[in-house]
Design a protein around this ligand. Structure first.
Ligand code: FAD
Ligand code: DLZ
Ligand code: SF4
Length: 513
């Protein structure tokens, strides 16, 4: 801290996922009167047992952000995790900082998790100080705008929300028409990866001295947490995150559309952006990412199916899930439409299973704190859906294991999209699939102990019998859904003995989990 303040005006608390100089809490900041507070706290590192890389990524990015702020002439009080006086929680550290600095008020931007919002709402009374909680306006759609869109609708559909966002922002619009004369190129986003395809190398940043210090601390202090630290190569500064964006636009984006849903055993990244951790902690903002992609289209460097497919994920899905989260919490997390109650199998943590698709997706996750969307949805998510895993247990897993996981985005994706636990509020039908889908979209099955071609009996792919068993067990709930009519017609044509076998093998399999 460069100035001694006897009468501090605002103490501005910046959380670990608010590392943007444009964050609303910093607006109007005056170095002569205000002070930034950044706190590394044990509670945030352990409220779920985060992947080691996730902790290192966030703490290192926080330390880099604190020095960037200082260079930009902000006064910063940064409390480190290993500070012996550290109380270990946001509330405790804010209370200590208020005692140290005696501010007239606290300013903070709203958090990304309901849990922290509840904490924040107690601060003014606890501290006996005004606490100004500002809107997080790093998103295209505010919670109030989402509410206005959602109110009065019986069902939500991402596609209609997304079109409205396109019109409202002008992104990928040509006047009042969608660029390419179509809103959605989803049907051109489902190719299997050809053997000849050469995805780009991952954009990797070597850890600098600050990151190395954090890595050592995490290795020692969080040794029992899931995942590896070796090969840590996330960007931890805005400068490097911008370089990652530029590199993706140049080498990944052109093929992103074609192979968006493909999976490959020897490459967990393919043509994906790996930008979600940077977007979610504020090193990149969503608008600049969408504009960079649109510019690639306008310059003729990437085709429309890639650019539309990519922008749909950010302008559409990312905003849509956030809207649903804040509109429906806290009730949302408690819904369990299919009554799923099975404990999470231990192999989600150990990776030890003979099912090669699951073993690969989990090993990728251990190694990189990353798996791409289809691995998360159609492998680990699909298996949990078909076997009826208790939503809260699966959600804790997803929140812990990915570097990009914050509840506002993780929960709707897991609870709504992967598990259908919200009964179809977010997605129009369950994303349930048999081994045939996984075999079509990946090269996992060739090296598996099971065969996707065998439906029941020895060597049968568990996804095959579990898929039909899921339809049988949830019939009364799902058959009302017009989008499920076709699979139920197929099920009805199946011989009774086959259905019996499916049920028996599924029960035996699930009992063995
Ligand atoms: P790309 O495939 O390159 O996509 C580009 C960007 O689009 C991403 O960086 C991300 O910001 C955005 N995006 C893509 N799909 C989604 C989506 N469904 N919801 C929100 N944003 C999306 N994403 C998170 O950011 N945090 C999470 O905790 C998270 N948990 C998930 C849990 C499950 C069960 C599922 C099915 C998906 C989850 N996702 C989550 C969405 C998605 O899988 C990741 O955003 C994506 O894999 C990130 O990798 P990428 O940057 O390479 O994405
Ligand atoms: C995830 C995380 C971790 C691991 N550590 C910290 C921390 O020490 N200090 C901090 O301010 N934020 C951390 N975070 C991110 C918070 O959990 C996140 O800001 C809240 O969940 C609100 O979204
Ligand atoms: Fe997964 Fe079944 Fe293929 Fe094995 S055969 S990799 S379990 S889909």
């Amino acid at each position: 801290m460069r100035i001694k303040m006897s009468k501090l005006r605002s103490l501005v608390l910046i959380l670990g996922d608010q590392l943007s100089q444009g964050i609303s809490s910093l607006r109007g900041f005056d170095p002569a009167h205000d002070l930034v507070l950044i706190v590394e706290v044990a509670e945030e590192t352990t409220y779920v047992r985060h992947h080691k890389q996730k902790i290192a990524f966030i703490l290192s990015a926080m330390r880099h952000f604190a020095s960037e702020l200082r260079e930009a002439n902000f006064n910063v009080d940064h409390i480190r995790l290993d500070d012996p006086e550290n109380s270990g929680s946001f509330t405790g550290e804010l209370t200590r900082a208020v005692a140290r600095h005696r501010p007239q008020r606290v300013v903070v931007t709203e958090p990304g998790e309901w849990r922290v919002r509840e904490m924040m709402d107690t601060w003014s009374d606890r501290l006996d100080l005004p606490v100004e909680i500002r809107e997080d306006d790093r998103f295209f759609c505010s919670s109030a705008e989402f509410r206005a869109w959602a109110n009065g609708r019986q069902t939500y559909r991402m596609e209609f929300f997304y079109r409205e966002m396109r019109r409202r922002t002008g992104i990928l619009m040509d006047g009042d028409k969608p660029r390419g004369n179509r809103w959605n190129f989803d049907s051109e986003n489902r190719k299997r990866l050809p053997h000849t395809s050469k995805p780009p190398e991952r954009f990797a940043c070597s850890p600098d001295a600050i990151t190395q210090e954090v890595l050592s601390m995490v290795a020692e202090r969080f040794s029992g947490h899931f995942g590896n630290l070796e090969g840590f190569s996330w960007a931890v500064t805005r400068k490097d995150a911008l370089a990652a964006l530029a590199r993706f636009v140049e080498v990944g984006l052109p093929s992103f559309g074609d192979y968006q849903d493909a999976m490959a055993a020897d490459n967990p990244f393919l043509f994906h952006a790996l930008l979600s951790p940077y977007l979610n902690i504020g090193l990149l903002n969503a608008r600049e990412v969408c504009i960079a992609a649109e510019n690639a289209l306008l310059r003729g460097n990437a085709p429309i199916n890639a650019v539309e497919g990519f922008i749909r994920q950010i302008l559409g899905w990312r905003e849509y899930v956030r809207g649903i989260y804040w509109h429906h919490m806290p009730h949302y997390a408690r819904t369990n439409a299919l009554g799923s109650a099975r404990p999470l199998p231990w192999f989600y943590w150990s990776g030890e299973t003979y099912m090669n698709c699951l073993a690969t997706a989990i090993a990728d996750t251990q190694r990189n704190a990353y798996a791409h969307h289809i691995q998360r949805l159609m492998i680990t998510g699909n298996f949990a859906l078909l076997t009826g895993i208790r939503p809260a247990e699966l959600e804790e897993w997803y929140l812990a294991v990915y570097a990009d996981a914050f509840e506002w985005v993780e929960l709707p994706n897991t609870h709504g999209m992967a598990l259908f636990a919200d009964g179809g509020l977010l997605a129009s039908k369950p994303y349930a699939a048999s081994g045939a889908y996984i075999d079509r979209m990946s090269d996992y099955c060739g090296k598996c102990a099971y065969s996707p071609k065998v439906k029941t009996g020895p060597g049968a792919c568990p996804f095959n019998f579990l898929y039909w068993n899921f339809l049988i067990e949830n019939r009364s709930y799902l058959e009302r859904n017009p989008r499920m009519a076709m699979p139920y017609r197929t099920l009805d044509k199946m011989p009774k003995e086959q259905k019996q076998k499916i049920r028996q093998e599924s029960h035996a399999f699930m009992a063995s989990l």
